[in-house]
Design a protein. Structure first.
Length: 324
């Protein structure tokens, strides 16, 4: 589900790069697309069941509006380049509609085909006629990361609902906030997002599309998946801070942080800036904390994970060259 939703969110960032919403008709069409996104968000909890048809239909509407409006591109040959992508997006949307209609044993394979239709073609080079406006593009993706990190804090509050305010619960809440702050610093701190922007501006126009899909779709997919995994584990951990976690939840906690840092490493390598050694160390050490949650207690893993991320980020900042 995340593969498909993130693909089309990113697609709308590309769309508004190419089509300025400066006409009333374009604004109304985008509003219809927003209505589609609203229905998708409402249908997410039941997308593999009773809400499957609503999800699939809304997703198809989103895809059709995206492809249709992209053909009105004011940015060079982007209107032509979208024709290499739009048919696959439409096919993915049709698969989701069929999954909602047929249900049962058809759901998993049809969702799998839909995900493959958007993911596998993204692994090859995109049409270099796509044009990217770096400032808008980097900002849009950074906004999603901010929202996702904010939701991870909300998850802590949801998990605490109805439970007594014990020292263990307070400790997990504060440490959970600290974890979110560490992830925020990894993405935005020290001008990190500014370096992404500088790298995109410096890249030749013909290479920006492929850099964008690698750094801002593939690797941001890992970043967002990491936040989601971490938030889901924190929501459970805050309710039972002094008890061991199940292995899947302990892995979601440490593995989520590791995925986030790995995504950060790959973004840096793709865009060609910054060192990665401290972030690779943070990812490896985050995975090592999994046994603490499984064998000791949730609060032990969270505390160790916070310490690992904070120390690695501090070490990276200390090792960074002084600005000229």
């Amino acid at each position: 589900m995340l593969i498909l939703i993130w693909w089309m969110y990113a697609g709308y960032a590309w769309l508004t790069n190419a089509v300025g919403p400066d006409r009333v008709q374009y604004q109304l069409i985008l509003l219809a697309g927003m209505a589609g996104w609203l229905v998708v968000s409402l249908a997410v909890p039941t997308a593999f069941g009773a809400g499957g048809l609503a999800f699939g239909t809304a997703f198809l509407v989103i895809v059709l509006i995206h492809g249709g409006l992209f053909t009105r591109s004011q940015a060079g040959q982007s209107a032509v380049a979208i024709l290499t992508v739009a048919p696959l997006n439409v096919a993915a949307g049709i698969c989701l509609v069929l999954a909602g209609v047929l249900g049962g044993a058809f759901i998993a394979p049809l969702w799998g085909v839909a995900a493959a239709l958007v993911l596998l073609p993204s692994l090859r080079n995109l049409d270099d006629r796509f044009e990217i406006a770096p400032h808008h593009f980097v900002e849009r993706h950074g906004l999603v990361v901010i929202i996702a990190l904010g939701e991870s804090v909300v998850a802590v509050g949801i998990g605490a609902t109805g439970h007594p305010l014990t020292p263990g619960l307070v400790a997990v809440a504060i440490l959970g906030l600290g974890l979110s702050a560490c992830l925020w610093w990894a993405y935005f701190g020290g001008g990190e997002d500014g370096r992404m922007l500088e790298a995109m501006i410096a890249a030749p126009a013909s290479e920006r599309a492929n850099l964008a899909v690698r750094a801002f779709y593939h690797w941001h997919l890992l970043i967002l998946l990491g936040v989601i995994a971490l938030a889901s584990a924190l929501e459970l951990a805050i309710a039972h801070p002094l008890e061991p976690l199940t292995l899947p939840h302990s892995l979601a906690l440490g593995g989520g942080a590791a995925l986030f840092m790995l995504g950060e490493v790959l973004v840096r390598r793709t865009l060609g800036f910054g060192r990665v050694s401290w972030r690779l160390a943070a990812a490896a050490l985050a995975l090592a904390t999994v046994l603490l949650g499984f064998e000791v207690a949730a609060v032990a893993e969270i505390a160790c994970l916070f310490g690992v991320l904070a120390l690695c980020l501090a070490g990276e900042a200390r090792a960074a060259p002084a600005p000229a």
